[in-house]
Design a protein around this ligand. Structure first.
Ligand SMILES: [Cu+2]
Length: 487
C-alpha cells in the first residue's frame, strides 16, 4: 500500500507501465527511500589535489586506483562504497592547457570499469568510454596533451551498463584545467579555501546502510532519486569561509536528478562559467538549474556579512525534495580584495551559417516498432550498439544538431544530452535564444519533455569514435546512447 501511494505521488499513471510484462505496481520500489536525519556538524570534505603546475615541468603524471571502500554515512551502519584512491569520490586533478598528461588507472575492483574525461577534448582512444574497458586487475595508461581552455570538468566510469551503479557507489572526481586567462582573472583561486569544488548527489539507502541501487523498471525509467543529499560525500556539511568573494565549482554529480540551487534569502550570485569554461561576462542570478552531469562556477560575495553569519546552500530536486544542503559559515574577515570582474573571456559565437550539415536526434521512450527488445529508451528509435556507428562526421566540419525530447506522450521524462570530445554552443531552446548563462561552452544540455534544443558543434582535429548519450545514467545504461565517428 505504501509503495503504491508513493508511486502514484510521483505523478505517473499505471498505464505508463502497461505492456511491460511482469511489472505491476508491486514491482515499483519506494520512490526516494527514507530521509535520514543529519545535522550540520561535519566539515565539508575537500577532495585532495593532484597537480603539477610547475611551469618548468611540462608533464603532469598521476596514478589512481579504482577501489572498494566503506563509509558510515548513517551512524553505526557501514555503506560499501567505491572510490579513486579513497573510500568515496576521487582526488581533484588539476592541469594546464598545453601540458602533457600521463595517467595510470589501476582497476582493483572485481568488475570491469573505465575512466571517462567528461568535457575533455581528447583523442578517441583515450576517451575512456565503453570502447576502452579496463578489466579487473588491469591498468590503463592514457597519455595526451591538454588542448583546451580553463574549465571545470570531471571524470567518472563509463563501462557498458555499469556507469550508473559505479558512479552511485562513489566513482567520480573533478578535472580542472587552468590557463593564462584563468591565471590573470582577479577571482578566488586558492583551492579548498576560496575556490571550492562541490559535487552534489542524492542517495537512497537500505536500512542496513547499503546504497539502494536496484535498477528496477521504475528506477530505469525515472532515474534513481534519493531522499538524502551528499555534498562532496557528506550529509549537511559546514563550510567555513572568509567574509569576501568565494568561488564555488558546482557539479550535479547525481545519477538522474535535476537540481535547482540557491542560497538563503535568495542571495544573488554571479555565474562565471558553464560546462566548458568562462562565460563572456558574469551573469547575476538567484538560482540555477543543473541537470545530471552539468557544471557551473559561481562567485558569491559575503563581504556584507560579519563573523558568525550563516548562509545555507539550498538544493531543490525537480519533482522531489528541498534540501538544506550545506551551511556556509563566515568565520574570519577577508584578507583578499577580489571584486567581480566585469568581463571574463572572449567568446566567439559560431554563426549558424558556418554549419555544413544538420542532424536530427529524437530522444524517446519505447519508440514505435521497437517493442520490448533491449532497453526502453532510445535515440532516433535505436538502442546503443557498440558494433554500430550511428553518425559519421567529417573532421574539421561544423554541424547543427537538433535534439528533441518526445518522451512526453509516454511519460514526463527530462533528458540530459551529453556529447563526448566537444564543447558545443546552444543556438536555441524551443526556437528561443537560450538564457544568458547557457550561452557559453556546453557539453551537456537539459531537454525537458516536449522541448527541442538546437546546438552547433565544431568537430576539430581528433578522429575516431565517440559517444553521445543521455546523462541520466539509468537512461544511458538502458541504451539511450549512440556513437559518432569523426573521419
Ligand atoms: Cu534520459
Amino acid at each position: 500500500m505504501i509503495k503504491r501511494r508513493v508511486f502514484l505521488k510521483s505523478g505517473i499513471t499505471a498505464a505508463a507501465f502497461a505492456g511491460f510484462p511482469g511489472l505491476g505496481l508491486n514491482a515499483i520500489p519506494e520512490m526516494a527511500g527514507t530521509a535520514y536525519a543529519a545535522s550540520f556538524t561535519e566539515h565539508l570534505p575537500i577532495p585532495s589535489l593532484l597537480d603539477n603546475l610547475d611551469k618548468s615541468g611540462e608533464t603532469a603524471s598521476f596514478e589512481m586506483d579504482a577501489r572498494q571502500g566503506s563509509i558510515e554515512f548513517l551512524k553505526g551502519r557501514a555503506t560499501p562504497t567505491l572510490g579513486y584512491n579513497s573510500d568515496y569520490l576521487g582526488p581533484t586533478i588539476r592541469v594546464r592547457n598545453g601540458q602533457h598528461f600521463r595517467f595510470k588507472l589501476n582497476n582493483t575492483l572485481s568488475e570491469v570499469t573505465t575512466l571517462h574525461w567528461h568535457g575533455l577534448h581528447v583523442p578517441a582512444k583515450w576517451d575512456g568510454g565503453p570502447r576502452q574497458p579496463v578489466l579487473p586487475g588491469k591498468s590503463w595508461k592514457p597519455e595526451f596533451t591538454i588542448k583546451q581552455e580553463a574549465a571545470t570538468l570531471w571524470y567518472h566510469p563509463h563501462a557498458m551498463g555499469l556507469t550508473g551503479k559505479q558512479v552511485y557507489h562513489g566513482l567520480a572526481g573533478f578535472f580542472l584545467i587552468e590557463d593564462e586567462i584563468s591565471d590573470n582573472l582577479d577571482i578566488p583561486k586558492t583551492y579548498g579555501v576560496d575556490d571550492i569544488p562541490l559535487v552534489i548527489q542524492d542517495r537512497r539507502f537500505f536500512k542496513d546502510g547499503r546504497f539502494a541501487y536496484v535498477q528496477s523498471m521504475h528506477d530505469v525509467m525515472m532515474g534513481v532519486v534519493g531522499a538524502n543529499l551528499l555534498v562532496n560525500g557528506a550529509m549537511k556539511p559546514i563550510l567555513n569561509v572568509h567574509s569576501g568573494l568565494v568561488r564555488l565549482r558546482i557539479l550535479n554529480g547525481s545519477n538522474s536528478s535535476i537540481y535547482r540551487m540557491a542560497f538563503s534569502n535568495n542571495r544573488p550570485f554571479q555565474v562565471i562559467a558553464s560546462d566548458g569554461g568562462f562565460l563572456k561576462r558574469p551573469i547575476s542570478m538567484n538560482s540555477i538549474v543543473l541537470s545530471a552531469g552539468e557544471r557551473a562556477e559561481v562567485l558569491i560575495d559575503f563581504s556584507d556579512l560579519s563573523k558568525g553569519s550563516e548562509v545555507n546552500l539550498r538544493v531543490a530536486q525537480m519533482g522531489g525534495r528541498n534540501f538544506e544542503a550545506m551551511k556556509i559559515t563566515i568565520d574570519r574577515p577577508s584578507k583578499t580584495k577580489n571584486t567581480v570582474p566585469a568581463t571574463l573571456r572572449d567568446f566567439e559565437r559560431i554563426p549558424e551559417s558556418a554549419a555544413e550539415n544538420v542532424r536530427q536526434f529524437v530522444m524517446e521512450t519505447m519508440s514505435r516498432g521497437m517493442g520490448m527488445m533491449g532497453g526502453r529508451l532510445t535515440i532516433n528509435g535505436k538502442h546503443m550498439d557498440i558494433n554500430r556507428i550511428d553518425e559519421q562526421i567529417k573532421a574539421g566540419s561544423t554541424e547543427i544538431w537538433e535534439i528533441s525530447n518526445q518522451s512526453g506522450r509516454m511519460m514526463n521524462m527530462p533528458h540530459s544530452m551529453h556529447l563526448h570530445d566537444v564543447q558545443f554552443q546552444i543556438l536555441s531552446r524551443n526556437g528561443k535564444r537560450p538564457q544568458p548563462h547557457e550561452q557559453g561552452r556546453k557539453d551537456t544540455v537539459l531537454i525537458m519533455p516536449g522541448e527541442a534544443v538546437r546546438i552547433i558543434i565544431r568537430f576539430s582535429d581528433y578522429k575516431g569514435i565517440y559517444m553521445y548519450h543521455c546523462h541520466l545514467l539509468e537512461h544511458e545504461d538502458d541504451g539511450m546512447m549512440g556513437q559518432f565517428e569523426v573521419i
